[in-house]
Design a protein around this ligand. Structure first.
Ligand SMILES: Nc1ncnc2c1ncn2[C@@H]1O[C@H](COP(=O)(O)OP(=O)(O)OP(=O)(O)O)[C@@H](O)[C@H]1O
Length: 812
């Protein structure tokens, strides 16, 4: 089975076997065997042949008998080191493509969970991964190119970069960014003017805002001018020790030893540490001076906000091994280069920036940490062609950090990795729950004819894919199970694309790689195909490497599935079982021959026996081909089972989504219903009030006051008072008369009384009459008593509405 030509594939596919983690393993449990490399036919070949094939033997307890053989560009055995992987996968040529050939590079790892993908990409505490090695080669190669004397990246340069492509508006220098993340304990730049208090645990995660480097600067703030600034970030001494309890999420940094050595600063010098002539090229200095006098840089970008982290304890020395100092690429030393680092993850088929997490006010934690994927409120990004790159798709709106040193780039990588979703599962204690993308963009400044400058660049993307896993093994549930469903689904689409890639190689020209099915395959394959537009702009289609990782003692079914998807070639064989009939026939015939020494007429002739043996052979062959067909069917069946599983997981996802939607809809309906009831209630209340008002009006109308057309009471009172006065006067006159008359004269008796004289008596009776009359005329409250219904002649007395309202009920 010849291995496919690597150049012909979109991805060169390598297989790396993971060494056993346990001290002792049972060799009989191993199901992967590396085929010894075939010796080269060409004697002049000086390169030693490398293993390219592997056989997958089903475990003894499996009902499957088919032995599958897979072909790869190269198979790395368990003893292979990280440097072997870097060298022999052609990572150097990928870096060269980015730095010199106008070609994007992509390296990805694919495998079952726990098979060593992250180990290959990021290394361990003692060994670097291919990402760090690639970074090292890039920064070493850029060393002889134009640099400021302090090695920092000027805000001017960043402004010029941002101006070159609107999609790169979120540009920050590593110093600014790291200051926002960890804070510069010796500087109060970017903070409020309040004096710095020691970092308490509660402050450790305070979102911090730092001014963007592209905002306005005064002359004083420019590098090389004004008062000297404080030392670069972050002097480690004197910082309060990190509280280990504060680490809210699994931290990858410590695991991979990514942190820069504590003795070395991240940047050489911040742009605040001063040099009168930071640039070696005088014309650039002049240009910068002239522009800075205007106090104006490009469009201001939003301020940089990041949940504050405590600087964690760093290992004394970060791994510098394997050493790749011998791998440098010659570049034009007169050119300006800037390395931009960005990171994003594909989580639940959406792209999220790992360097601009959403901030929960007062919490300092990111929304990305929510366990429920439905609650992920981060803003997702789009993968599309932009103004600056119309010929290829890029993730638009990513935050990009300009790094001037290897250490700075590592620190940024560390920040992004901490944001990435990892969870402990039954299969791996720090299992990646998203596909992580780490992008290294090298931008080169090109000078056009009329003094204009532009930036061109290419990107090296390192992808740590999440591992496929079986829910049964990983013992996941709920949101983690749903995540696994999405991971498996995207990996299934990736598998389909890789299989199609093999078909294209096999000559099936009609076979199209269906990479638009999900975000992951779109990101991996979109830029792999050449377009005429791209070529005219000096871009080449990306070069891609896939490192498939496998654990020879791991999950047989999951591993065989991954190998089937990713292998460049596959062959199925069924081992021949020694034929029982044949052996009986051969033993019987030889036995008889040996006993008798001559042919017996009682036994079948040798001819017949041979015919029978031939028949048996034919049947054996038939059996064998049927067994192969059966094996193929079994493989097809397991593939269908896998798809079924993925479909089931998708169903779980959809069910969860539908449930969420139903809940949301239900909430909306309840809210709507509540509002409807509230409105009806308010209306009812309104009607009720109106009704009561109307009733009151009616009642008050019933008591409407009629003006008495006859004499008013006041007139009557006045009249009676006058009469009263007259009577008083008359009484007084009579009294005077009575007093002036002789007491001897007998008064005229009207009413005779035996004891009193008649005149006197009449006078007294007059007085009494007058008094009685006065009493009758005396006005009392009775004038307000309602008229008796029995007196028809009387009209209803008027009573005011106010009186009606205020009078006690009994009165009314
Ligand atoms: N080549 C190797 N040499 C030594 N140890 C290894 C190697 N590959 C993997 N390991 C170890 O195996 C464990 C699991 O590896 P790793 O986390 O890289 O798996 P993974 O494929 O990235 O898993 P996941 O998909 O769940 O993130 C780690 O402890 C890692 O250090």
């Amino acid at each position: 089975m010849p291995s496919k030509q690597p150049q012909a594939s979109l991805f060169q596919v390598y297989l790396r076997l993971r060494p056993p983690l346990a001290q002792k393993v049972d060799e009989s449990d191993r199901f992967l065997a590396v085929e010894p490399p075939e010796a080269s036919q060409n004697e002049s070949d000086i390169v030693a042949p490398v293993p390219t094939h592997i056989t997958l033997e089903p475990p003894t307890d499996s009902r499957k008998r088919a032995v599958e053989k897979f072909g790869f560009t190269k198979v790395f055995e368990e003893t292979s080191s990280q440097l072997d992987i870097f060298h022999d996968t052609g990572m150097e040529s990928l870096v060269r493509g980015v730095l010199k050939e106008g070609r994007d590079g992509l390296v990805a790892t694919l495998g079952v969970t726990g098979s060593g993908k992250s180990h290959t990409i990021l290394g361990s505490k003692s060994e670097r991964g291919i990402t760090q090695m690639a970074l090292d080669v890039i920064f070493r190669s850029l060393e002889p190119t134009v640099k400021t004397e302090d090695g920092s990246i000027s805000p001017m340069m960043l402004a010029s970069l941002a101006a070159a492509d609107a999609s790169e508006a979120q540009l920050f220098s590593a110093h600014t960014f790291l200051e926002a993340v960890y804070g510069d304990p010796n500087s109060d730049r970017g903070r409020s003017s309040r004096a710095q208090t020691p970092m308490s645990p509660s402050r450790a995660h305070t979102p911090l805002t730092v001014r963007s480097p592209n905002t306005l600067y005064t002359l004083d703030e420019l590098p090389g001018y004004g008062t000297p600034r404080l030392p670069p970030f972050p002097p480690q001494e004197g910082l309060p020790k990190a509280n280990p309890n504060l680490q809210s999420s699994p931290i990858r940094k410590d695991r991979f030893g990514l942190s820069p050595p504590s003795s070395e600063p991240f940047g050489r010098k911040p742009y605040g540490s001063l040099h009168p002539l930071p640039y070696t090229r005088p014309n650039m200095y002049e240009e910068r001076l002239a522009k800075s006098r205007l106090y104006v840089f490009k469009e201001p970008t939003p301020a940089l906000a990041f949940p504050r982290r405590q600087p964690r304890e760093r290992p004394v020395v970060s791994p510098r091994l394997p050493d790749v100092s011998h791998l440098t690429i010659d570049l034009n030393s007169n050119s300006d280069y800037v390395v931009l680092v960005s990171m994003y993850e594909v989580y639940n088929d959406r792209i999220f920036d790992l360097l601009s997490p959403s901030i929960v006010p007062g919490q300092g934690n990111t929304m990305s940490r929510g366990a429920n994927p439905q609650k992920d409120r981060r803003r997702h990004l789009l993968f599309k062609p932009t103004e600056g790159s119309p010929d290829r798709k890029v993730v638009a709106g990513l935050r990009k950090i300009a790094c001037s040193t290897y250490e700075e780039a590592l620190a940024i990588l560390d920040v992004g990795l901490t944001e990435r979703k990892v969870t402990g599962t039954g299969s791996n204690s720090v299992s990646s729950r998203s596909h992580g993308f780490f992008c290294l963009e090298v931008k080169k400044q090109v000078h056009k004819r009329h003094g204009e400058t532009n930036w061109v660049g290419n990107t090296l993307t390192v992808v740590d894919l999440a591992g496929s896993e079986r829910a049964r093994n990983a013992k996941t549930a709920g949101a983690t199970l749903a995540e696994a469903g999405k991971i498996n689904e995207s990996l299934m689409y990736l598998g389909q694309c890789l299989q199609m890639q093999s078909s294209v190689q096999d000559g099936a020209k009609t076979a199209l790689v269906p990479f638009r099915q999900c975000k992951l395959t779109e990101l991996l394959f979109s830029n792999s195909f050449p377009s005429s537009n791209q070529m005219s702009r000096g871009h080449h289609p990306q070069k891609a490497i896939m490192v498939v990782t496998a654990d020879p003692w791991g999950d047989f079914n999951a591993t065989s599935q991954i190998l089937r998807y990713s292998a460049l070639a596959r062959e199925v064989t069924v081992p021949r079982v020694p034929s029982l009939t044949g052996s009986i026939v051969s033993t019987t015939s030889s036995h008889h021959r040996s006993i008798s020494g001559r042919a017996s007429p009682n036994y079948a002739s040798a001819e017949e026996l041979e015919r029978a043996a031939a028949e048996i052979n034919r049947l054996n062959n038939d059996c064998h081909s049927i067994a192969i067909r059966l094996a193929e069917e079994e493989i097809a069946r397991s593939e269908v089972e896998f798809r079924l599983k993925a479909a089931e997981e998708r169903c779980v996802m959809i069910e969860q989504e539908v449930r969420e939607e139903c809940w949301a809809e239900m909430d909306d309906m309840m809210e709507e219903e509540r509002r409807r009831w509230q409105k009806a209630w308010d209306e009812q209340l309104g009607h009720h009030d109106e009704h009561v008002d109307k009733k009151i009006e009616l009642v008050s109308r019933g008591f409407s006051i009629y003006e008495d057309p006859e004499q008013s009471s006041n007139d009557r009172v006045e009249e009676l008072e006058n009469e009263n006065e007259q009577l008083r006067r008359r009484l007084a006159t009579l009294e005077r008369e009575m007093n002036s008359q002789s007491p001897t004269r007998k008064p005229r008796a009207k009413h005779t009384s035996p004891n009193k004289p008649s005149n006197l008596l009449s006078r007294e009776s007059d007085i009494e009459n007058a008094l009685q009359r006065m009493n009758q005329l005396h006005l009392t409250d009775s004038m307000f008593t309602p008229s008796s219904p029995t007196s028809p002649g009387k009209k209803p007395r008027k009573i005011s509405t106010r009186k009606w309202d205020l009078a006690p009920e009994s009165d009314i």
